[in-house]
Design a protein around this ligand. Sequence first.
Ligand SMILES: Nc1ncnc2c1ncn2[C@@H]1O[C@H](COP(=O)(O)OP(=O)(O)OP(=O)(O)O)[C@@H](O)[C@H]1O
Length: 261
Amino acid sequence: MNVRAPFCASTPLHSNPTTRNYNAIGADNFAIESQRVSYSVNNERGKMIPIIRDCSLKIPSGQFWMLLGPNGCGKSTLLKILAGLLSPTDGFVHVRKPRSYVFQNPDHQVVMPTVEADVAFGLGRFNLTSDETELRVAKALTAVGMYDFLQRPVQTLSGGQKQRVAIAGALVEECKVLLLDELTTFLDETDQIGVIKAMKNTLSSSEDVTALWVTHRLEELEYADGAVYMEDGKVVMHGEPSIIMDSIEARRASYTDIINS
Ligand SMILES: Nc1ncnc2c1ncn2[C@@H]1O[C@H](COP(=O)(O)OP(=O)(O)OP(=O)(O)O)[C@@H](O)[C@H]1O
């Protein structure tokens, strides 16, 4: 599947066993919703191994949310289910369309020789005039603060700049939902903050774009409107970033106490 293309898979939306009360928000205003989603794989002996267990979450439209949890807890797998790249074994998923999945490593996504050509790449199938294409590319690059790099060869960009070009590649197709898999893992602090700020700017300047951002970095939570915390394939917390941050820090402190005792 071409992950630069907006996905069109759709599954039905059912009512809501989530961990937080969003009654004030109308059902139409959730851009991302999963209801009791599970995902299992068969191992080489044919035994079923659960990877995602009974995960429910709701993310309001226009917000920037983060998905956190220890290594191997299932973040990327859940993100791929939300992107339509994997089908859940059980449960329901509703994600507003078009949606786009942006890879951790921008070298897997940035494919054309120049920034302009790369961002325009996904527009080929839309039958746009060259003026329309130019306008859309300019708008997407401006949103991520990369318009001045229009003519730059992609291989001369830093990791953070490539990530921003990859985000522009999703925005240019007017995606409503961006699913972003650990974009800052390979970046230094300056590029990390640059990519997060580009994301925040994108959401504030675009109508109705919602982003779910997988990260390991607790300090990135301060930029989020909401957060989901997973452990062992399950969503264990879902809601206010400050509450989730306090809870993760408390868990870390208790692990440290156990190690030191
Ligand atoms: N196709 C598969 N077959 C077997 N095991 C799998 C498969 N896909 C994922 N897993 C396992 O499921 C678990 C969750 O993987 P996933 O990549 O979703 O975790 P993660 O939270 O994103 O991890 P990380 O933070 O290290 O990137 C891991 O133990 C992984 O090895």
